[in-house]
Design a protein. Structure first.
Ligand code: BGC
Length: 400
C-alpha cells in the first residue's frame, strides 16, 4: 500500500536536537560533572570532552544545514553562564550568541533550551529546585540570557523534561543518582511544584526580553498504555509523571513532545516488555509508533490553542538501517496526525550526534557519529535520508 506523502505545513520545523552537557565537553561547574567524578558506580563513565562541540559547534551546524535540516535545537549551559552565584560570564554569553548567529547564518533556525537537566554546582549546594529562592534564581539567569536569545531566536524552551527532573529528584531521595529507567519511578512532588513555578517565571522573563519569542517546555512522554481493565490505574500512574506537566503548558506558545518507547500498565502498575520484543541499546522496546500516541495524548491534555512540536524522537542503535526504519515509522505517525488535524508544527530528531547519554557513550542515538580521538564528524545514512526530506518538504505517509 502506498500513500505517497504528506506535505510539511508552512513553517514546519525540520531539525535535530542536542543538549549542552551531552555534547560540549568539560562542563566542569555543573552538578552532573561532579556526579561523574564522585566515584559512584551508578555513572559508568564521565562525559570529559564529550563531542567537543563547545569548540566544534560550527562543524555540527555545517553538517546539519548541508544535510537539509532547517532547524537546530541546542541548549545553553547555566553552569557556564553563571559559574558562581550571581557571577555571570560575558565570555560565555558571547559564545552562545555566536552559536545563535552561526545557526542563522547557515539557514538553521535556532531553538534554544535554557535548561537541559544540569544545574550549576552552587545551585545544587544551596538545595536545588526546592530550596527557597530557587525559582527567582532561575528567572534571573534567564534574564541574563537576553543577549543570547534577544534577536533571531524564534523558539525558546525553558526547561527540558521537567518530569524527568522530578523523577530524578525522587530517585536521589532513595540514594540513586543515575538516569531513570523507562516506565519511571515515583516523581518528587515538591520538585514538580518548583519546576512548574520555574517554568512560568522563566516564560515571563523570556517574554520580557521579547514578547515575540515563542516559549514552551518539552515533556518526556512514556506512552503509557493500559491493559484491559487497568485504565484507571494507568491514569493515576500517568498524572504525576506526565499530565501535570502538560497541563502546566496550557498558556504556552507551544509544547514539546518527546517520546521513544512505550510502557504497558497492568492492574499492578508498569509491566516489563516481553522477553522477545526487539530492544534498542537503552533496552527500551523498539516502538516507532510511540510518537503518534505521544502527540495525540499531549493534544488531548493540553487542549486546543497550543501547537505541538516533536522536540525529541529517535532510537539508540548501532544498526543505522534500523534507525531509518524507526524514523520512517515515526514520521508516518506524524503525517497521520497532521492529516487528522493535529496542530503539529515541527519534528526534531534526537539526536544530531552520538553523544554522552547521561552516564555512558554507548547508547548511540546520533544521526552523525563522532570519532572519540579526532572528534571527526561523519553523517550516517540515516542523517542523509532524514535531512533529505527537508529538501522535498514531504513526510513519508506510510512505510509499507
Ligand atoms: C533527554 C535526552 C536523552 C534522551 C535519550 C531524553 O530524556 O532529553 O537528554 O539523551 O532522552 O535518553
Amino acid at each position: 500500500m502506498t500513500h505517497a506523502s504528506t506535505r510539511f505545513p508552512d513553517g514546519f520545523l525540520w531539525g535535530a536536537s542536542t543538549a549542552a552537557h551531552q555534547i560540549e565537553g568539560n562542563n566542569i561547574n555543573s552538578d552532573w560533572w561532579r556526579k561523574e567524578h564522585s566515584g559512584t558506580d551508578q555513572v559508568q563513565e564521565p562525559s570529559l570532552d564529550a563531542c567537543d562541540s563547545y569548540h566544534r559547534w560550527h562543524q555540527d551546524m555545517d553538517l546539519l544545514a548541508e544535510l537539509g535540516f532547517t532547524d537546530y535545537r541546542f541548549s545553553i549551559e547555566w553552569a557556564r553562564i553563571e559559574p558562581a552565584e550571581g557571577r555571570f560570564s560575558g565570555a560565555e554569553i558571547a559564545h552562545y550568541r555566536r552559536m545563535v548567529e552561526g545557526a542563522i547564518a547557515r539557514g538553521l533556525r535556532p531553538m534554544v533550551t535554557l535548561h537541559h537537566f544540569t544545574v550549576p554546582q552552587w545551585f545544587e549546594d544551596r538545595g536545588g529546585w526546592t530550596a527557597e529562592g530557587a525559582v527567582e534564581l532561575f528567572a534571573r539567569y534567564v534574564t541574563a540570557c537576553a543577549p543570547v536569545i534577544g534577536e533571531g531566536v524564534p523558539y525558546v524552551c525553558t526547561i527540558n523534561e521537567p518530569n524527568m527532573i522530578s523523577v530524578m529528584a525522587g530517585l536521589a531521595k532513595s540514594g540513586n543518582v543515575g538516569f531513570p529507567p523507562a516506565g519511571l519511578p515515583a516523581p518528587d512532588d515538591e520538585t514538580t511544584e518548583a519546576v512548574i513555578a520555574a517554568h512560568h517565571a522563566a516564560a515571563k522573563a523570556v517574554k520580557a526580553i521579547d514578547p515575540a519569542i515563542q516559549v514552551g517546555w518539552t515533556i518526556a512522554n512514556q506512552v503509557y498504555q493500559a491493559l484491559p481493565g487497568a485504565e484507571e490505574v494507568t491514569a493515576a500512574y500517568r498524572h504525576p509523571r506526565e499530565d501535570i506537566f502538560i497541563e502546566a503548558a496550557r498558556g504556552d506558545d507551544w509544547i514539546g513532545v518527546q517520546s521513544y518507547t512505550r510502557t504497558k500498565i497492568g492492574p499492578e502498575g508498569p509491566m516489563p516488555a516481553p522477553e522477545d520484543v526487539e530492544r534498542t541499546l537503552t533496552q527500551w522496546e523498539y516502538y516507532p509508533a510511540a510518537v503518534g500516541h505521544a502527540l495525540r495524548h499531549t493534544a488531548e491534555v493540553v487542549g486546543p490553542g497550543v501547537p505541538l512540536i516533536v522536540t525529541e524522537n529517535g532510537m539508540a542503535t548501532a544498526d543505522d538501517a534500523r534507525r531509518i526504519d524507526y524514523y520512517a515509522g515515526a514520521l508516518a505517525e506524524v503525517a497521520a496526525g497532521i492529516e487528522d488535524g493535529l496542530a503539529i508544527h515541527g519534528y526534531l530528531a534526537w539526536s544530531a550526534l552520538d553523544n554522552y547519554e547521561w552516564g555512558s557513550f554507548k547508547p548511540t542515538f546520533g544521526l552523525i557519529s563522532i570519532d572519540p580521538e579526532t572528534f571527526e564528524r561523519t553523517a550516517k545514512p540515516s542523517a542523509v535520508w532524514l535531512g533529505g526530506l527537508g529538501r522535498t518538504r514531504e513526510l513519508p505517509r506510510s512505510a509499507s
